[in-house]
Design a protein around this ligand. Structure first.
Ligand code: B12
Ligand code: SF4
Length: 571
């Protein structure tokens, strides 16, 4: 008798936005003969990356027990979570709920555990933690599951539990030729969230040449000493992937999520010609003031780039030096001048609460931005991420207590840790409040005529501006409506998804669905869409999580109406 080959299955679990790391890992394990499945929870109201709503989360999001049941139903051999610091707690809670119902090995990987492997493996529900690039380690772990000896303790990149504490293995070399990797398995996300496909996420490189202290890439030299950080796919590899997905006819825009897209002018020029010829869709990407030249801007324009996000973060050169970040005002000005010359829209990324900065630094930044007039300013608050040099320094210099650092490493929410070393008149809290008042001006700036920011700052009228979440959301919406074409495309994505969701929901209400005993029912499950306006607005404020927000509503409605199966397929 011929034995049926056992196919080992890996179930990936994630929440929030599309995850290129999971898409890469899924493609990789499939190309080695394993099965993969995605358990995706959008969680738009508790993502920790925007204004959340506990009430909406309770009404519309599944409990960790419900998610654990979905995962258990996948009957996988290995369950793989990918953690950001903001999602780690949720992942751990789901893993705990899961361990109560099935004994399947649970592996964690991703940026959070890479920065805090020892804290992560200490969690009882986690069997293995993978740090750094995950392809080789996950494959080894699946092979272990196949041979029923998941207890192996010598897998490179992997931390296990040992008799006498954590067992840490060295990392394996990085994958140097990215063309040897299969294209990302985008289908697992598109099956779960069809509207993700409207804006195609892709990455052409891994790594970054810089080491800003607040960024995950500052871990790199410690983790991979002597390794070449930046590796890039060939133009042909990138274009072939885009060509394949473009042929389905659903993509409206492409987003290159490379930390810095504009490196290597020869690559960019080859890319520009091929992209224009074969893809021709508008695209958005990131640049750095030290990675932009006139030729680079010309190559972007030739390719048809619609929006460039420029990482500025601060205009204070002392802070830049302290954060090991390259750049200065002249570079920023030259960058936007080049983009302007070739008619490319740009937005600027800015960080509030950088160490040593206070309200005066924000006023300075606002004056400078009023001069360079971006289409949008995307503001973040400084976050101390596990493993980064910024966190090490904050601990060493006493700005964060050992207990606070411990909580960050455990992935607990760090409210109030945004700005442990603000400077300014009066007490720390006063500086924080003043920065929060100024924050609304960063949203307003692109909508106001030139110089009105100066007037608001001088008269101090900004202090009486409403600055609640709703106001910021309305501003973001106004910007989307009256702003540049790339931002408008974003709102169209949202509206398109919302309309599609409403149509699906109405159809679902009309269409009879089979009940458990086989007798037809009218499918009269309650429609679970909350009012559209706050949902749309929230998605803008959170800096681009729009498809996730809208699609979570669609998904939840579809589940309730019996139109969506949890194996990811439509009914
Ligand atoms: C592109 C990108 C995004 C994209 C796509 C995300 C993605 N991962 O695909 C988008 C826009 C969606 C995004 C969003 C966010 N991002 Co982001 N993003 C990046 C960026 C620039 C590149 C990531 C990438 O695609 N790499 C290529 C892929 C192939 O690698 P990867 O995802 O890291 O996965 C590899 C390994 O990590 C590992 N791995 C990952 N998961 C798992 C799981 C298992 C089981 C195993 C074995 C291995 C493994 O194997 C993978 C393949 O080698 C990084 C910068 C960086 N240093 O990585 C920031 C980065 C990952 N983002 C970051 C943050 C903070 C965010 C947000 C939280 C921002 C916000 N406040 O909203 C959101 C969270 C989104 C959500 N949960 O919904 C931080 C995370 C830091 C942390 N400790 O949590 C980073 C590191 C940037 C930084 N500040 O340093 N991001
Ligand atoms: S340039 Fe950007 S991606 Fe590179 S290290 Fe600095 S913050 Fe990180």
């Amino acid at each position: 008798m011929v034995a049926t080959p056992i196919v080992v299955k890996c179930a990936f679990v994630t929440s929030g936005l599309e995850h290129l790391g999971i898409a890469a890992l899924s493609a990789y394990v499939k190309s080695h003969g394993y099965e993969s499945e995605l358990i995706y929870e959008p969680k738009p109201f508790s993502s920790n990356s925007g204004p959340d709503s506990a009430l909406f989360a309770r009404l519309f999001e599944p409990t960790v027990e419900e998610t654990a049941e979905r995962i258990a139903a996948a009957r996988a051999d290995v369950i793989a979570f990918s953690s950001y610091t903001i999602t780690h707690r949720w992942s751990v809670e789901v893993a705990r709920a899961l361990k109560r119902i099935v004994p399947t090995p649970i592996v964690f990987g991703g940026p959070h555990v890479t920065g805090a492997p020892a804290h992560s493996i200490a969690e009882r529900a986690i069997d293995a933690v993978v740090e750094g690039e995950g392809e080789g380690a996950l494959l080894d772990l699946l092979a272990c599951a196949e041979k029923d000896r998941f207890g192996r303790r010598d897998v490179p990149n992997t931390w296990f539990k040992g008799e006498a504490g954590a067992v840490a293995n060295p990392v394996r070399p990085l994958i140097h030729d990215l063309d040897t990797l299969p294209w990302a398995d985008k289908a697992i996300f598109y099956d779960a969230m069809p509207a993700f496909e409207r804006e195609f996420y892709i990455i052409s490189r891994r790594g970054c040449p810089f080491r800003c202290s607040f960024c995950e890439y500052s871990i790199f030299p410690k983790q991979y000493p002597g390794e070449k950080a930046v590796r890039r796919r060939s133009v042909d590899h990138v274009i072939a992937e885009l060509r394949h997905w473009k042929a389905r006819g659903r993509i409206h825009k492409v987003f290159f999520w490379d930390a810095i897209f504009t490196l290597e002018i020869a690559w960019m020029q080859e890319f520009a010609a091929a992209y224009r010829r074969e893809i021709g869709l508008p695209f958005e990407c990131y640049t750095h003031p030290h990675a932009m030249s006139r030729d680079m801007a010309r190559a972007l324009a030739d390719a048809g780039c619609s929006m460039v996000r420029v990482g500025v973060q601060t205009v204070n050169s002392d802070t830049l030096a302290e954060m090991d970040r390259k750049g200065n005002r002249d570079r920023v000005r030259a960058t936007v001048d080049h983009l302007h010359e070739f008619g490319i829209n740009y937005s600027l990324d800015h960080i509030l609460g950088l160490p040593g900065e206070g309200p005066e630094d924000q006023r300075e930044a606002l004056r400078f931005y009023d001069d360079v007039r971006p289409a949008r300013i995307i503001v973040h608050w400084m976050t101390y991420l596990p493993g980064t040099t910024a966190l090490d320094r904050a601990r060493d210099e006493g700005f964060l207590t050992a207990e606070q650092v411990d909580r960050i490493l455990r992935g607990e929410q760090t409210e109030g840790f945004e700005a442990p070393r603000l400077v300014g008149p009066g007490a720390h809290k006063e500086a924080l409040d003043e920065i929060r008042r100024l924050e609304v001006l960063f949203d307003l700036l692109p909508l106001l005529p030139r110089r009105s920011i100066e007037w608001l700052l001088t008269t101090r009228f900004y202090r009486i501006l409403p600055r609640g979440t709703v106001v910021r959301q309305l501003l973001a919406l106004a910007l989307a409506l009256f702003g540049d074409s790339a931002t408008r495309e974003r709102i169209l994505t949202i509206l398109g998804a919302a309309v599609a969701g409403a149509v699906q929901a109405i159809r679902g209400r009309r269409r009879p669905t089979a009940s458990r005993d086989g007798v037809g029912s009218t499918g009269a499950a309650p429609l679970s869409c909350p009012p559209a306006a706050p949902v749309l607005a929230r998605s803008f404020v959170s800096g681009g999580s729009d498809p996730a927000v809208v699609n979570s509503l669609i998904l939840r409605s579809r589940r309730r109406l019996g139109l969506h199966r949890d194996d990811g397929r439509s009914v």
